[in-house]
Design a protein around this ligand. Structure first.
Ligand code: SF4
Length: 485
């Protein structure tokens, strides 16, 4: 996976099939509706968003000082702090801890940073068995798949498919009842918690003024992963700070509303240091974040609290699913975060996976100007040598498009050629169904029987039904853009 972000390549087959994309679209749309309903209940929601935005902006402007304060307090509580510039260094720290503590088995609570690091792969390389304990992550790990959503990793699988998976991999009788599926997972995971030598978690919020960190969850697996083993390692992206515990309630109220449509999560854990005989480590990871921090026009991407709401609202994500983005972060946040973490040479095509409808910017609880950043990132992608957005095919396609759009005659000629191509395409040996992922499961548009829009318009004009209406130009032109954060 670290080899790049091959947007819509053959390895992503599955979710672009009509069945998969329909199920995904339905569930993400349902989640989006629930999230909106729950926000509408709060009159002060716009003020909450602005406050969250301001807190994150302040945090990033003072990140060096706040990180210093945070880590000094952590160390005073007996928590060992380790710094990592990139995924390789972070994996190196974990493997060293594995050696130091003689770890054979690991239980993992959900952590997007660990996905960035491909930590399970690194642990498997030294013979350590790492088990995901978040239910969705557990399911996709058993299935040998990647998460399709940053909050609900198994969103693409039906209860029946999960029942079949548990039957095949765990030897359990088939069931499609959700409570029974949860009970099966609980039964198998409980033993893992008890036997594990190390628990690995993420960090939702590091609190600079108190030197503690917070994790939120619903399943109880984070509590068990961090409390049962003797060693707890928390992986934290360097931007996951808030300045003061006073601000925590705001984020604890916002994150579940946006992430899962709940008012609060079932559990909120605050970690204040190891108890006697135990060890606690916090690994603070850069992995490309400081590149975004150094650029004011992109810095707001680091406001992200990983609620996943922009995915649910994105019409492209709803159709292609999470795998299509080829790396850890799908959807709108992936389009602006992945290029910083992987580089445009690997991720240059991802910013083009957007209709630029702006729904993500409108909904983001921390007011990230996602759509604007996507446009800026596209500009960079086509200017960056080695970026896939500068491939010969892309450049020739856009060159041809620009030439065709320069005169009315060329445009009409292009349209005529497209019509011919659509008519003969089904009879060609290289039917468009075989052309690639975009054409899988998608029918070519039918050519209207009464010609193109231009033909239709001409006919109307001839019949006198579409006389141009003379109007005074408006005194001012209202500027309509996506909401500027
Ligand atoms: S960009 Fe905004 S909406 Fe998307 S995951 Fe991050 S915080 Fe949530």
């Amino acid at each position: 996976m670290n080899g790049g972000a091959p947007f819509l390549t053959a390895e992503n087959k599955g979710l672009v099939e009509p069945h998969g994309s329909a199920a995904l679209a339905e569930s993400s749309e349902r989640s989006a509706r629930q999230n909106l309903e729950i926000c509408r209940e709060i009159d002060a929601w716009p003020q909450w968003r602005q406050a969250a935005h301001d807190i994150k902006r302040y945090t990033l402007a003072n990140l060096d000082k706040l990180l210093d304060r945070f880590t000094t307090k952590l160390e005073a509580k007996g928590i060992t702090v380790l710094w990592a510039n990139d995924a390789a260094e972070a994996n190196g720290h974990i493997l060293e801890l594995v050696r130091r503590h003689g770890v054979k088995t690991v239980v993992k609570a959900k952590s997007m940073v660990s996905e960035e690091m491909e930590l399970n792969h690194a642990l498997a390389g030294v013979g350590v068995d790492a088990v995901e304990t978040d239910l969705g992550e557990y399911i996709v790990q058993l299935a040998g798949q990647r998460p399709t959503h940053i909050v609900t990793p198994a969103l693409h699988l039906s209860a029946a498919e999960i029942g079949q998976l548990f039957h095949e991999k765990l030897g359990e009788p088939f069931t499609a009842k959700q409570e029974e599926l949860t009970a099966i997972a609980r039964k198998h995971l409980r033993r893992k918690f008890i036997e594990a030598d190390m628990g690995i978690s993420g960090v939702n919020f590091g609190i600079a003024d108190t030197g503690c960190f917070a994790l939120v969850e619903n399943e109880g697996n984070i509590g068990l992963s961090t409390a049962a083993p003797k060693v707890h390692v928390a992986l934290m992206g360097m931007e996951k700070l808030i300045p003061s515990a006073d601000y925590l309630p705001l984020f604890l109220n916002m994150l579940p509303r946006m992430g899962t449509g709940q008012k609060l999560t079932s559990y909120v854990h605050l970690f204040n240091g190891p108890t006697e005989g135990r060890h606690m480590y916090v690994v603070i990871i850069d992995n490309g974040r400081s590149k975004a921090l150094a650029r004011p026009e992109f810095r707001r991407v680091l406001h992200c609290i990983r609620c996943g709401l922009c995915l649910n609202h994105c019409p492209v994500y709803r159709h292609v699913g999470g795998w299509a983005y080829g790396w850890v972060y799908p959807g709108p946040i992936g389009m602006i975060l992945t290029p910083h973490l992987l580089g445009l040479e690997k991720a240059g095509k991802i910013p083009f996976a957007s209709s630029l409808c702006g729904a993500c910017s409108q909904i983001c609880p921390v007011k990230i100007d996602i759509a604007h950043q996507i446009v800026r990132m596209r500009k960079e992608a086509v200017q960056t040598p080695g970026s896939p957005a500068r491939s010969l095919v892309d450049r020739l396609t856009w060159k041809a498009f620009a030439i065709a759009m320069q005169t009315g005659f060329r445009f009409r000629l292009l349209m005529a050629l497209i019509k011919i191509a659509i008519r003969i395409a089904p009879y060609l040996p290289w039917h468009p169904d075989k052309l690639g992922q975009w054409t899988r499961g998608r029918a070519l548009p039918e050519i209207p029987k009464d010609g193109s829009f231009r033909d239709w318009w001409k006919t109307r004009q001839k019949s006198g039904r579409s006389k141009p209406v003379e109007r005074e130009p408006p005194a001012t032109v209202e500027k309509t853009t996506v909401e500027e954060a």
